[in-house]
Design a protein around this ligand. Sequence first.
Ligand SMILES: Cc1ncc(COP(=O)(O)O)c(C=O)c1O
Length: 373
Amino acid sequence: MLSAKIEDQEMLNKLIRKEVSRLKPYLAGKSIKEVCKEYRLERVIKLASNENPLGVSSRVKDVIRQECQNINRYPDQLSRSLKTDLAEKLNISDDMIIFGNGSDGLLKVIAESFLSNNSQVIIPYPTFVEYTFVANLMGSNLIRISLDDYHQNLPGIAETVNSKTSLVFLTNPHNPCGTIFSAGELEYLLDHIPEHVIIVIDQAYCEYVQDPSYPDVLKYIREGYPIIALRTFSKAYGLAGLRLGYAIAQPKIIEIMLKVRDPFNVNHLAEMAGKVALQDQRFLERTIEINKRGKAYIYRELRRLGISYVPTEANFILVNVGVDSVVLFNRLMAMGVIVRPGKPLGYPNHIRVSIGLPEENKYFLDCIDKSRA
Ligand SMILES: Cc1ncc(COP(=O)(O)O)c(C=O)c1O
């Protein structure tokens, strides 16, 4: 009887929060396994989610093996051991850090802490989809400020902020463009917006940045600006499957977020892996080096093929393929290369490709060349 009632859509429509009824579930791309099966391929390379092509540090694998024996116990609620290590590394106090189940988990904590259906939220457009998701979840009013030549328009955002604005989401480097805003641009924004506005600066790809004009966000946080920096172990540290991200902000902001987050939002293996990943400087250096070389190689080859791209500071490149990205995406997938089509990201004629291992980059470029024939 109960299931008959649950199937009654009208009843569910009355129960569901109106903000939730408007949401669309997140659609992740296909996995390597799914594509192998669907296209009957022996080998598939995934250059779609900006993961670490080197895999996982062997020291992290060792600690996970060791720590498996402790997972009958709840994790440390505040991940104190990891927090102390990270605070020391970043030269900040422990009370300026909160960990989350990936930075995605922290985006939700930020929204639940600071947004309601009266809030106005400003985002650059296009941008990483999760900002729209969490703002819609809270029923907030979203204002989109278009990118200017693939760059976030910080003066445009500063002009739009008003007394009703609660929060601005920025990404540095930007996803999907890979571009950055400079310290000067950030200072202009900070000088032109009122104190009550929280600025979230998502730095998921900060470890890869080479441009010296990249702002040291921690400096502005230490000075007391209402900035929340978001970072992750999913990319350069190679721990996407473990789900570990962190936010850095003034202690008063962190205190609020700690009230909202789930009690055990970081699992024990993630905390222990994070500690070792932070120590394994060699793995991080290799990651950055392989990315730098891969980027130079892909740039060179794309130029040779006459294909334009957006210069990147991250571990992915937005490539202007000049044709419907979904058509090309399907063609590449049939050849065993998974990339991200630009259409759902706001760039219908582009694809976003993660920088992989040298042989993966070469195979991707061979396939791009063939797909045009
Ligand atoms: C800009 C940006 N922020 C956040 C995330 C989510 O990272 P996490 O794996 O820490 O949830 C991603 C993942 O692709 C991203 O591109």
